[in-house]
Design a protein around this ligand. Structure first.
Ligand SMILES: [Zn+2]
Ligand SMILES: [Zn+2]
Ligand SMILES: [Zn+2]
Length: 361
């Protein structure tokens, strides 16, 4: 995630911060401005209202999201004129686990944090409206549920516009267990949500956007039996020969999963490139036997004009090598355990073009 400067003192602050560590100002993410703002209490303007400090919209009034004032579980603000108690991101969550159980509360709060990160990226890509009057269904709805004795297990997935996630995925040990059991090199909360959002946007941008033929030409025919395809995938774990055409082994299971995995990967790219650009990262990749290439700054994927897909990929490869090398120097596993084949890049380009086209509409 990109970094921000405190609207009061200018110190570096982060997307999920609620307070500036330097000057103590309250911080909240302002979804209507898509930025992190510093706020000061404004009781003269109304009970529970806060006024934005500094810069672009000085004096704008907000309330903390109900999930912040009640559970300490959100750092998005609600514009004072909004009729809602919950912020625009929290309102998307339609089903919650029983929050009287502290362990559920902790898991749910972690998942909401990952969801806000996804909300931000989708909003920056023009896929997620941010205004207070956007119709329900303009973005994904969410159900975050816990397994209960005597009821069917909660299965993570997307159905009819709602993304369901089992809150056990918020436990590091449970997620690590599944990562090993399912032969997945990468399993994170944000990864889950990005993947499931891919199914949501497939319905809207591919099926609903008149792109089915183009999709089938790149990903194959999604009308093949889905249940049988998934069964076959889990029977042959780990899938052989997936790499030349897919971003992951799971992507080889079915064209729908291929799209969702590729979509998630595209969101990884956009987020990491934005973060690197926010730190003014410049890159060059030494190649044996050639003169040192020119250094170039990582381009912000949300800049105007936006960098093209070829630029994103040219910068992505050395950036992820740097990322993994930094991790290894600290004895950690690769943060990015992937290598993109030409077939996978072709699919990523299709996702990129689909997103760019809908932004232009
Ligand atoms: Zn500050
Ligand atoms: Zn909220
Ligand atoms: Zn899926």
């Amino acid at each position: 995630m990109r970094v921000y400067n405190c609207g009061h003192c200018g110190h570096l602050v982060f997307f999920d911060n609620v307070q500036c560590m330097h000057c103590g100002s309250a911080l909240a993410f302002l979804p209507d401005q898509l930025t992190l703002g510093a706020l000061t209490p404004a009781p003269e303007a109304g009970s529970g209202l806060w006024r934005r400090l500094g810069s672009e919209t000085p004096g704008a009034l907000y309330r903390p999201c109900y999930n912040q004032s009640t559970w300490g579980a959100c750092n998005f603000a609600v514009p004072a004129a909004s009729p809602h108690l919950l912020c625009v991101a929290c309102r998307q969550t339609q089903r919650l686990p029983d929050l009287s159980d502290p362990s559920h509360r902790l898991r749910w709060a972690r998942i909401e944090g990952a969801k806000r990160q996804l909300f931000y990226t989708l909003a920056r890509l023009g896929l997620q409206p941010t205004d207070e009057h956007a119709p329900a269904g303009a973005g994904p709805a969410y159900a975050f549920l816990a397994d209960l004795p005597g009821t069917p297990a909660i299965v993570t997935g997307h159905h009819g516009g709602t993304i369901t996630l089992n809150v056990a995925e918020a436990d590091d040990d449970e997620r690590a267990r599944l990562r090993v059991a399912l032969h997945e090199p990468y399993r994170t909360l944000i990864g889950h949500l990005r993947h499931e959002s891919g199914h949501f946007y497939w319905d809207r941008l591919v099926q609903g956007g008149g792109r089915l033929d183009a999709f089938r030409a790149v990903f194959g025919d999604e009308r093949m039996d889905y249940a049988a395809a998934l069964q076959a995938h889990y029977a042959r774990q780990p899938a052989p020969d997936w790499h030349p055409q897919h971003v992951s082994a799971y992507a080889a299971a079915h064209p729908w999963e291929d799209w969702a995995e590729t979509w998630a990967h595209y969101l990884h790219m956009v987020d990491l490139l934005e973060t690197a650009a926010a730190y003014a990262t410049s890159l060059s990749v030494p190649e044996p036997g050639t003169p040192p290439p020119l250094r170039e700054h990582v381009a912000d994927p949300f800049a105007t004009p936006a960098p093209g897909f070829d630029t994103m990929v040219r910068q992505w490869v050395p950036l992820t090598l740097l990322l993994n090398s930094l991790n290894r120097s600290l004895g950690q596993q690769d943060a990015y355990p992937f290598a993109l084949s030409p077939g996978a890049l072709r699919k990523l380009r299709f996702v990129h073009d689909t997103v760019v086209e809908q932004r232009a509409n």
